[in-house]
Design a protein around this ligand. Sequence first.
Ligand code: ZN
Length: 132
Amino acid sequence: MSKRAIYLSGTTALESTTTAVGTMGLGAVGAGVAHRQGTSATALAAECAPPQPEITKPFAAAWLIFCLTFFGLLFLSHLRALHDTYIAAGVALFVFAALRAANAKAVQDNAPKLAQYEMEWRCLTCAGVFVP
Ligand SMILES: [Zn+2]
């Protein structure tokens, strides 16, 4: 059976909502709702999962860097907010571009591994991997 077929047949989309209500201290009530999305895979499917490039989130990272730089500069420069905004934006833009480039390279580097993966079959008797 092809690895891809094993992977797909043993993977299910997962969506769950967890609601938790807890009491904290003097009668204060805390309620939290955790929403979780993802996939659940059998051990065999996980073993036959396609190779994934290591991807970061450029926008989230750049936004974080922007905030850190902005407030860091603001703290240091005694409220030269506009000036600090430009510098922070420049730094964030640089980080964003660098991470985008890194992601593109990761996808490119993963392409041959993925192509090999698509050809591979796994024997369900002896667990041997082969290309038919
Ligand atoms: Zn076999």
